[in-house]
Each structure stands twice: as structure tokens, then as C-alpha cells.
Ligand binder design. Structure first.
Ligand code: CTP
Length: 404
């Protein structure tokens, strides 16, 4: 899996830097090409010479050329190495480095490289337990996860401070296995492909303060956009109202209503090789939107009737077009799941349907996991086990890559 893979290792300052010597050796043994960059504080623990000998490559410690007269190193290694890499691993990642990359600070070679990075980023935090559990560190890690970074959690045990708790860098074997698993999930097979993803609910306004919505969190669609971008696709994400951070290297268009979603999809779909419709688009919208807030009628016999009209079925419209992109639809069902999903695939002329049943444990609205069944145009039905949404996205994209 790692043969000829280009792995950029960013080493930052912590007692566990010594473990990275074994990690670099194991990566080399697995056939990977490894380049190491270190922060100044990392060099307090292990010298660049050690990593240079292990990686058989020059180690980068500074943003600046060693000599002002150097014409070979123009001081753009943080860009060049970022472009060179298939994946970048920062391990151990200190609280300081995590804070810097979460907030976009670029004042050393590792953080500067991250800012210009296009490939998947893997981060293995390691620090004292109180630093790790600190709200700021946790918030920064959450931000990185939301942007699509892969985090290898530290393990619990005895720490350099003598305290016992979470904060230890996992053992080298576990780090290499983690790198391998991410490399496997992020093949560059969508390079040069343009993919449109829709996500989230739509809000259909009743009056200036109220709307009809649904419980979609948008997490599945965002995971697909993220996974596709990490496979090299140029991704446009059209999102309804959600509280999610845009994944790295994804271009996002925000919409509110089903009609706005339709307009945006029709413009973008023309430019795309594939469209993945994971948005939960309203099927009905109020006929009239009240200009002012609808006031409450206090009489005991009062009631309010809303008149609704159907929205356009965007997926069906896409499916009816000639020379259409590859279409992946979703089907959210509460009963007769398989039959309903197959009917949607046929009616909307999709190439693949992702079936979600509200009856499956682990597929709740807003959950981090999902349980789906994939149904191909050829009738092939594959029920996948419960897995994180990024992994569900990977499975969907594995099928899509074969259809493109
Ligand atoms: N969809 C769409 N436009 C709509 C409604 C749904 O493009 N106005 C898409 C969804 O994005 C999804 C697929 O159609 O990919 C199926 O959505 P779903 O809500 O499961 O089914 P509906 O077609 O709305 O049918 P029903 O609500 O009766 O199950």
C-alpha cells in the first residue's frame, strides 16, 4: 500500500519525537518515499542528521535557504514539498502546532507547509494531558477534524510529567497503520474530475421568521465533498442551511430554499462529471410567503392552515437530461426501504442510489456514523456495516470512480 507513496513527515517538539525515528524507518521499509521537516523545538529532542540518515533525504528545518547565495534553494520548500507529498503526517503534533494550523498561522516550516497543502493531512497530537484536555486544544482539534484533517488520537498512559492520562503518542506500528489506512482511503483517482455535491436541508419560508425545514445535518454530504476533494476532485458543494465548516479545497455555495438549490444545481451540473444529491430537499413549499410575521390568534377555536405547492424534483430533472453527468441519488426511507429506493433509482434515472433507513441504528440525523445500502443501476444491492461518514463517503466514491 505504501510502495512509492510520497510521505511528508512534520516533526514538532515533544518527548515522543524519538518514536518518529522508528516511524520513518518503518515507512521506508514499506517502500515509501519519506521527506522530513522539523520545527526548531523538535531539533531539541532528535537532530536533523538522524532523520536525514533514516529517510536518506535532506531534512528541512528552516523556511530560509542556508546561504543567501544559494541558487538551488529559493526558500519555497514549504510549497514544493507540500505539492510533492501524497499525504502529510504531523507527529508528534504539539498543542502549539495544532493551534497554529487550526488558526492559519505560518511562522515555521511545518505550519507554513500546511497552509499551502493540497493533499490529505494527518495529525497525531501528543502532549501533557492537561494541555491535551484544555478547551482551546480540543476546540482546535475539532476545527481540524471538521475541515477534513485525519486525527490519530493520543493514547492514555504515563506522561513525561509523571501524570497518567491521555496524551501519549501511539506506538510506531499504530502510526504507520494509520498512515496506511488514510492512503488507502484517498487514492488520487478523481484527479481532474469535477464533482458536484448537495448537502443539508432546505428551509421553505412561511413568514420572515418561520420556515418549514427538516432534520438533515448536512454531515453526510460534507463528508462526501471532503473525501472527493482528498481524492483530487475539483469539488463544488451546494449546501442548505447547516452549521458546518467547509472542508479543505472545496468550493461552497450556500442556498436556503429548494428553488435556490435547483437554480444553483442546474448551473453547476453542466460543468460536472458527476452529481451526488445528498441534500434533503423539501418536497413542498408554502404557496404564499407572508410579508410580515403571522400573528397568533388567541381564540380557543383558532387554527392555521398552510397551503403548500410541490417543489421541482431536481434529481429527476437531471436524470431526464441527455448527456447527463453520472448521478448518485439518496433515498431516505422509513418502510419498504429496498423497494422504494429501487423505484427512486428507476424514476429519477440514477446510476447509484444510497439508501438510508431511519430504522437502522447508527444512522440517526446528525450522527457521526451512517448505515447505508448501495443500489446500482444493474440491480446490485450492497448493505454496508455501520461506519463513520467519511468511510461511507469513501465507499460511495469507490463505486463512482468506476462509473466515471
Ligand atoms: N430530491 C431532489 N429534489 C427534490 C426532492 C428530492 O432532487 N425536490 C433528491 C434528493 O436529494 C435525493 C433523492 O431525490 O437524492 C430522493 O430524495 P427523498 O427525499 O428520499 O425522496 P423523494 O423523491 O422526495 O420522495 P419521498 O419523499 O416521497 O420519499
Amino acid at each position: 500500500m505504501l510502495k512509492n507513496k510520497k510521505i511528508l513527515v512534520g516533526v514538532t517538539g515533544g518527548i515522543s519525537v524519538y518514536k518518529m525515528c522508528t516511524v520513518v524507518r518503518l515507512l521506508k521499509k514499506a517502500g515509501a518515499r519519506v521527506r522530513v521537516m522539523m520545527t526548531q523545538s523538535a531539533t531539541q529532542f532528535v537532530t536533523p542528521l538522524t532523520f536525514s540518515a533514516l529517510s536518506q533525504e535532506e531534512v528541512t528545518v528552516s523556511l530560509w535557504p542556508e546561504s543567501n547565495r544559494s541558487t538551488t534553494n529559493l526558500g519555497v520548500k514549504h510549497i514544493d514539498l507540500g505539492l510533492w507529498a501524497d499525504v502529510m503526517l504531523i507527529a508528534p503534533a504539539t498543542a502549539n502546532m495544532i493551534a497554529k494550523i487550526a488558526r492559519g498561522i505560518a511562522d515555521d516550516v511545518v505550519s507554513s507547509t500546511v497552509l499551502a497543502l493540497r493533499c490529505p493531512l494527518l495529525v497525531a497530537p501528543a502532549m501533557d494531558m492537561d494541555m491535551y484536555l484544555n478547551e482551546a486544544t480540543q476546540e482546535n482539534l475539532t476545527l481540524l477534524l471538521e475541515r477534513g484533517c485525519h486525527v490519530l488520537l493520543p493514547v492514555e498512559g504515563e506522561l513525561a510529567s509523571g501524570l497518567v492520562g491521555p496524551g501519549r503518542l501511539p506506538e510506531p506500528d499504530a502510526i504507520v497503520a494509520f498512515v496506511e489506512s488514510i492512503v488507502k482511503k484517498t487514492p488520487r483517482d478523481l484527479q481532474g474530475r469535477k464533482i458536484l455535491v448537495t448537502a443539508g436541508p432546505t428551509h421553505e419560508p412561511i413568514d420572515p421568521v418561520r420556515f418549514i425545514g427538516n432534520r438533515s445535518s448536512g454531515k453526510m454530504g460534507f463528508a462526501i465533498a471532503n473525501a472527493a476533494a482528498q481524492r483530487g476532485a475539483s469539488v463544488t458543494l451546494i449546501s442548505g442551511p447547516v452549521a458546518l465548516v467547509t472542508p479543505k479545497n472545496v468550493s461552497r455555495i450556500d442556498v436556503e430554499t429548494a428553488e435556490q438549490m435547483r437554480e444553483a444545481v442546474m448551473i453547476q451540473a453542466k460543468k460536472c462529471d458527476a452529481v451526488i444529491m445528498s441534500a434533503a430537499i423539501a418536497d413542498y413549499t408554502p404557496i404564499k410567503r407572508a410579508v410580515n410575521k403571522i400573528k397568533k390568534d388567541d381564540s380557543p377555536t383558532s387554527g392555521l392552515t398552510l397551503e403548500l405547492k410541490p417543489t421541482s424534483d431536481i434529481l429527476r430533472e437531471l436524470g431526464s437530461k441527455k448527456n447527463r453527468a453520472i448521478l448518485v441519488g439518496f433515498a431516505l426511507e422509513t418502510q419498504n426501504e429496498l423497494a422504494n429506493a429501487k423505484e427512486k433509482l428507476r424514476k429519477k434515472n440514477c446510476d447509484l442510489i444510497v439508501l438510508n433507513s431511519t430504522r437502522d441504528e447508527g444512522s440517526a440525523f446528525g450522527a457521526e456514523t451512517n448505515v447505508v445500502t448501495l443500489i446500482g443501476k444493474n440491480g446490485k444491492v450492497e448493505k454496508l456495516s455501520k461506519m463513520p461518514k467519511f468511510d461511507v463517503a469513501t465507499e460511495i466514491l469507490n463505486r463512482l470512480a468506476k462509473l466515471l
